[in-house]
Design a binder for this molecule. Sequence first.
Ligand code: 6PG
Length: 230
Amino acid sequence: MQVEVVEGRFFGAAVADEIVSLAGQVEREKIAIALSGGSTPAEVYRNLVVEPRVSEMPWDKTVFFLGDERWVPITDSQSNFFMAQDTFLEQVPKTKAFPVVGRTAEEAATEYEKLIKTHLGENPVFNIVLLGLGDDGHTASLFPNSPLLKEDSTRLVASCTHPESGQKRITFMPRLIQSAERILVLVKGKNKAKILSSALTRGNTLPISILDKAKGKITYFVDTEAAAEL
Ligand code: 6PG
């Protein structure tokens, strides 16, 4: 596991450079990237669609899924798909990106898993999974004490509820995250300094510790403010 510390003003460009570089190294005919939500990735996504990256990224080979989503209409500004559309997807129509849809959150999770398998096979492996880190150590929508963290099933996508807001969510299960070739954890801001220090402490039991069982390489991209307690 690697920690890249970047000055805040270069954060978006540095992560976008890494994504384009990793995508360029994928030999498969299809590149699968799982997007993170929340606010941190927005500047990364915006940096993907400026030169030279917008010309370098193999958009036509890439499929984007959401590592988690809020159970709101995709026209709602809280939607992670809405944020991805708004920050970069609208500008790269050649690429394929899949929102989470369904009549209920439970059904949407089941359908999303089927869609992922349709594109990536029965044992899907994402080339890149982008993750954030919440103040409570959650990642994707895997919250502290969530039964999903210990669930011993073959499910790859599940529905759940935000412990504070009660908002329904759809999230990748730990095993789908852990199977990725590369995992980039994006952490920015002084309010994340404490939780980042805990997350990087061996033996912690935060939800982000699911990465202890990750198969692929993990890189934490953090800005200098979030790195203050490292
Ligand atoms: C979500 C995210 C979530 C996020 C963290 C960090 O849907 O909210 O996927 O896991 O990555 O909460 O969010 P910020 O980047 O806004 O701090």
